[in-house]
Design a protein around this ligand. Structure first.
Ligand SMILES: C[S@@+](CC[C@H](N)C(=O)[O-])C[C@H]1O[C@@H](n2cnc3c(N)ncnc32)[C@H](O)[C@@H]1O
Length: 242
């Protein structure tokens, strides 16, 4: 189980700058390409850091995540949005959306190619015909370059140790998160093991094409033209007209 009760709380406090960083870019793209957009679904929404901006700008925001602990915090962070605890691979909502986003490492958690394809299909079926789907994810190169680190996050109420590694042959990254949370005079220990797959850009693009999307890509960190070894890619996708 990842994003359990303890880590969800820490994730919300320490790991949520991504929504703030991406928001100006996402808003500009949506305003330019779909100025009439009203409804916005953020899948794998975590604790709602992006939806906060979405709702503040007057969109009708919906969030989905498969961790009930992340969703519980998201509900208290963004009271204007609606939230559902669902797995992206079996996403089922009674509504279609003008904009769908999926940000940060979320899609890397789908470690089997078939599951990423399933997720793209579900997203496609929840998108209005002229809707726009924007996502970013770590690449193979990104995990290879970045996931061989150990670092700690520390403040008076907690110590978190993050140990990551990447198996280039299996294309799988592992991140062991060990936390010690202050409870009175003692510390409570928890551990989560996060597994991410580092997809190559060609694999991502083949699945997007197969599931009926056309796309444009950017370097996910600089939000400019992709580089040869972009560690993160961001895709702006539309459903191809058949
Ligand atoms: C790195 S966090 C990103 C959260 C949020 N998008 C952000 O930018 O802060 C990844 C999120 O994806 C969710 N997640 C992972 N696999 C999922 C799945 N199969 N279906 C739905 N949510 C999933 C996790 O629970 C977690 O909240």
């Amino acid at each position: 189980m990842v994003y359990g009760k303890h880590f969800a709380r820490i994730y919300d406090a320490k790991w949520t700058p991504w929504g703030k960083k991406l928001w100006p870019f996402l808003f500009k793209v949506v305003r330019e390409k779909r100025p009439e957009a009203e409804t916005w679904l953020d899948v794998c929404c975590g604790t709602g850091s992006l939806l906060e901006y979405v709702c503040k700008r007057g969109f009708s925001g919906v969030g989905v995540d498969n961790s009930r602990h992340q969703i519980k915090i998201a509900k208290s962070n963004v009271s204007e949005a609606k939230f559902y605890t669902q797995d992206i691979r079996s996403l089922s909502l009674s509504q279609k959306f003008d904009v769908i986003t999926c940000t940060y490492d979320s899609l890397n958690y789908l470690t089997v190619k078939r599951d990423l394809e399933r997720a793209f299909c579900k997203i496609s079926s929840h998108l209005n015909p002229d809707g726009i789907f924007i996502f970013d994810m770590n690449t193979y190169e990104g995990l290879q370059d970045q996931w061989s680190k150990t670092f700690t996050v520390r403040d008076p109420s907690m110590t978190i140790i993050v140990e990551s590694s990447f198996d280039s042959k299996r294309e799988i990254g592992q991140c062991i998160i060990t936390g010690f949370l202050k409870e009175g005079r003692l510390f409570r220990k928890f551990e989560e093991i996060h597994i991410e797959r580092g997809y190559r850009s060609a694999e991502i693009e083949q699945l997007l094409t197969k599931t009926g999307f056309s796309f444009r890509k950017y370097d996910g960190n600089t939000l400019k033209r992709p580089k040869k070894r972009s560690g993160r890619l961001l895709y702006i996708c539309h459903r191809r007209l058949s």
